[in-house]
Design a protein around this ligand. Sequence first.
Ligand code: FE
Length: 318
Amino acid sequence: MNRFLVFVCALLLAGCVKPSSLKQEKWFQSDGTVKVLTTTAMIADIVAEIGGDQVDAHALIKGELDPHTYELVKGDDERFVRADLIFYNGLGLEHGLSLRESLDKHSRATAVTQKLLETKPETILIVEGQYDPHVWMDIAMWVDTIDPVVDALCAFDPEHAALYRSRGEALRIKMCEADREIYEMLQAVPPEKRYLVTSHDAFNYFTRHYLAAPGESNWQVRCKAPEGLAPEAQMSISDVIEVVSHAQNWGVEVLFPESNVSQDALKKIVDAGKKRGMTLRLSSHMLYGDAMGESESYLDMVEHNARVIAREFMAKNG
Ligand code: FE
């Protein structure tokens, strides 16, 4: 045995060289599929629907992790190196520095909202001088992320372009049907009950599309949150008082916690409201704001939110 092999064996015996468990993952295997890395699970779901058996999509930010502040963890760098294509939300959602830098320097990274921003800029909301990145909350807008995904997959893997295009069209139809059902379910709730208070400012697009009356210009009063676009900001007592006053003005009785945000702020609002003699309570079911949580798919996530909101609104005042 030569000296090199002896050296390697010694390292293995000492436990210094371990096979990378990461690289044992199916996603790292060369199996002929296009390896796609996405930031959020909502994007991964769209990619998986369009990509079918030809694509292996992996979401970097899973479960209840916060996409606004996500920083790369051990192994993420290897995923960036291995990925054939990368899709991220854009509009400033992913502002963790290490993630931002990796997205910026990757040559095949696509922001799925970029086309929307270029072709329909009037639909993008600006809150306190920043783009509101929570576009996935409005299915009719999220439909516009299909084309950038289809185009990037077709360019990378032209052999299966026809499949990607036909799956993209099928997904568009499915999403438009779900959008219509959710719209009708929520518009069936009397307008005086359609005032939404959530943990953070993730539901502006949802409110504008599903809760506002048709053509309503002042729809912003229908949604309120104690925490801003990104839920990491410090909340002040004046933020709490502002939401309590809002709830009082608009007859809000139920507050909606989000699955990946602390409930502390909403509990303070309930307590402050009780001191004013208001009947405020938390919804027994949480909403999915920035994370899909236990949802099986992106559409499941939005449908869950819509059902919970409609049920709680209708339960109001008995
Ligand atoms: Fe958010």
